[in-house]
Design a protein around this ligand. Structure first.
Ligand SMILES: [Zn+2]
Length: 206
């Protein structure tokens, strides 16, 4: 019954706030449970209206599986905040940058995949990782061009090229043209935007 009456507009929110203040004094948990529902419904709607994109799927062993068309993942600020650590939230959803030499992965040399911390899309592999000396995990290419998006970022004066996840728009870092061969590119990433999956030794059981 509340589902259809409360929407995500500003008016809706302020109505809900008043509602919550009232309910804190009165019905408490019962009403809180009821108002939580419409948020989930709104998120589902947003997801459905997400634009279709093409990405390439990879298995955890780094094998290219197939190209797929998927709806972009769209979530509310609140949903991302609940899912991510505060640091990962600030970096992926608000284009923050972690301090050099503080992240988890700048000095990792194991074989494996780097997936998006937000949606799990494969983004980079240890095969293209190199030691840039910058204190950020650096790669000379993404695992598949389809899986990352490049946009102009002039937030710090000179225009830089920001890199984000194609499927969920997570901010990952920037790409510069002072990298090693064969591409000459340096994808300078935030560890906090990534989740490393070490390559497992393949078994014969499939
Ligand atoms: Zn993502």
């Amino acid at each position: 019954m509340f589902d259809t009456q409360i929407d995500e507009t500003e008016a809706g929110k302020s109505t809900r706030r008043k509602f919550l203040v009232l309910s804190a004094a009165g019905l408490g948990g019962v009403v809180l449970a009821a108002v939580r529902k419409p948020q989930a419904a709104a998120a589902a709607d947003a997801k459905q209206s997400g634009q279709e994109v093409t990405i390439v799927e990879f298995s955890d062993s780094g094998k290219r599986v197939k190209k797929v068309r998927e709806n972009k993942i769209v979530k509310s600020e609140e949903e991302w905040r609940r899912q991510l650590s505060p640091n990962a939230f600030d970096i992926t959803r608000h284009a923050d940058t972690e301090l050099a030499f503080t992240g988890q992965y700048w000095n990792v040399h194991e074989k494996g995949l780097y997936r998006c911390i937000c949606c799990g899309t494969a983004l980079f592999t240890s095969d293209t990782k190199f030691d840039s000396g910058t204190g950020w995990p650096s790669f000379w290419a993404p695992i598949a061009e389809e899986n990352v998006r490049k946009t102009n970022d002039d937030s710090l004066g000179p225009v830089r090229t920001a890199v984000s996840c194609t499927l969920c728009d997570a901010h990952l870092g920037h790409v510069f043209d002072d990298g090693p061969p064969p591409t000459g590119l340096r994808y300078c990433m935030n560890s906090a935007s990534l989740k490393f999956v070490a390559t497992k030794t393949p078994t014969n059981h499939g």
